[in-house]
Ligand binder design. Structure first.
Ligand code: PLP
Length: 467
């Protein structure tokens, strides 16, 4: 075996000579996220070497459009000098302080600026290291608050089929995709799952309006059956991301929110994907959907993926209730070493500047072209539906366009499209029979045209494979 390189970069040339030694090291020693047991701990995945704007370069030197912006996160694009510089400067100024004893300037300023963008009354932030820990924090806060308020039985969490909220134990327990639970344990007794609000997969013969009524009535029935006194929170991604960019029927979120308010159930908007410009606004809950949740979880785009940071925005009135309680000694025993990390918060502040200084406007201006370019793929026989909102979209492939019958999983249509597209210069995020596109918000009209043209070709080649 060749000598282990000291750094990932030092050995680029030697690496080429040795025939991709880095990939072999990863294969031998790295455990990748979401592995399958047949290759766990011994898996070769393609290596990305560099990024610039909407492009990444792979180990073979090929330049690819980063269709999913990493994992819905590289909103300001790759190799942004301002973000890199602020990260280095903050690390030299103050690389870390203990949030247990002290605070720091970047987290204080960021909190105030996020509060300005959040719906009225949502004026506090608890910082975490990413989305799962943000969701976990929101849920543990709900549990804590109900304990302090003397109603320890009000703890059930209502989530939805198709949703994704994270990979820690409690956040993962909310997930609604079958593969999230096939081989994994969960706190199932704490969770009730409602139907996925997917208009494309609504019952045959039902109008979208009637489908919306059905979804709301389903929630109402759960509240009646389990009792509002047992339900602590409802959590929803405003647009379900990993579930396949599910845009709920018009009015759905407002009506679910109204049911929560009427029954003293906290509404947690999981905006880990939809915030920071993906839907053209810093937060989408109020600006896009007209709702003011009690808590908003965020991560990913808050630093455009340059630093692992997440958080929960929390309505100030929830703290007032605790301050008025009889238990001033009760501690919310929850904190992370990296809560309020100064480097992460400094990067987030610069990222917010970039969004406010034109990137949000650009994202809003380019949305129609993005959606229309992908929608045009619906003329391909393999495509059942193209749907989306803002700069997130999903191409869902079907076996039959009339019956909407799903393709069998063994065909791996999403993966096939991704493989073809990679050959042609585009990274796609495959989800079983779907392909999700959520490029960096910096994408231009011409680049959208390139992306849509490659995706079309990738789908056509996949149709040839299946013929
Ligand atoms: N919530 C949503 C809506 C997500 O899409 C994700 C990740 O994709 C998470 C939570 C978990 O975030 P993280 O992977 O940063 O823990």
């Amino acid at each position: 075996m060749a000598a282990i390189p000291k750094t990932a970069n030092e050995d680029r040339r030697a690496d080429e000579a040795a025939g991709d030694e880095l990939t072999r090291l990863a294969e031998r020693h790295l455990v990748q996220p979401w592995p399958v047991s047949g290759s766990i701990g011994a898996e070769a995945r393609g290596r990305i070497e560099a990024g610039e704007g909407i492009y990444v370069t792979d180990a073979a030197g090929r330049r690819l459009i980063d269709g999913p912006a990493g994992m819905w996160c590289v909103n300001a694009g790759h190799r942004n000098r301002q973000l890199a510089d602020v990260m280095a400067a903050q690390a030299m100024e103050l690389s870390y302080n203990s949030p247990w004893y002290t605070t720091n300037a970047p987290s204080a300023v960021l909190s105030a600026r996020l509060a300005e963008h959040a719906p009225d009354g949502i004026d506090h932030v608890f910082y975490t290291t990413g989305g799962s820990s943000a969701v976990e924090t929101a849920l543990r806060f709900m549990q804590f608050a109900n304990n302090v308020k003397g109603r320890p039985e009000k703890k059930l969490i209502v989530s939805r089929q198709g949703g994704y909220h994270g990979s820690t134990y409690l956040s993962a327990s909310l997930n609604g995709r079958p593969r999230d639970h096939d081989w994994m344990d969960s706190a199932a007794d704490l969770v009730v799952k409602l139907s996925c609000p997917d208009p494309f997969r609504r019952p045959e013969g039902m109008s979208v309006e009637a489908f919306c009524d059905f979804l709301v009535e389903e929630f109402r029935a759960v509240i009646e059956e389990r009792g509002a006194e047992h339900i602590g929170a409802f959590i929803a991604e405003p647009v379900m991301a990993s579930g396949g960019v599910i845009v709920p029927p018009a009015g759905y979120l407002k009506r679910m929110h109204a049911l929560c308010r009427a029954n003293d159930i906290l509404f947690i908007a999981d905006e880990v994907v939809t915030a920071f410009g993906r839907l053209g606004h810093v937060f989408a809950s109020q600006d896009v959907f007209g709702i003011d949740p009690d808590m908003i979880t965020f991560a990913k785009g808050v630093t455009s993926g340059y630093f692992p940071l997440g958080g929960v925005m929390i309505a100030g009135r929830l703290f007032e209730e605790l301050r008025r309680s009889n238990h001033s000694e009760a501690m919310f025993a929850h904190g992370l070493t990296y809560s309020s990390h100064p480097v992460g918060c400094a990067v987030a502040l610069k990222n917010l500047d970039i969004l406010e200084d034109g990137l949000l406007d650009h994202a809003r201006a380019i949305t129609d072209h993005f959606q229309a370019s992908l929608k045009a793929l619906e003329d391909l026989p393999l495509v059942g539906e193209v749907r989306g909102l803002g700069l997130m979209a999903c191409v869902e492939c079907v076996a039959d366009r009339v019956s909407k019958n799903p393709l069998t999983l063994d065909l791996e249509v999403g993966k096939r499209i991704d493989r073809h597209c990679q050959e042609l210069g585009l990274l796609v995020r495959p989800l079983i029979n779907m392909c999700v596109m959520s490029p960096p918000l910096t994408i231009t009209s011409a680049q959208i045209d390139d992306m849509a043209a490659i995706l079309r070709k990738g789908i056509e080649l996949t149709m040839d494979d299946l013929a």
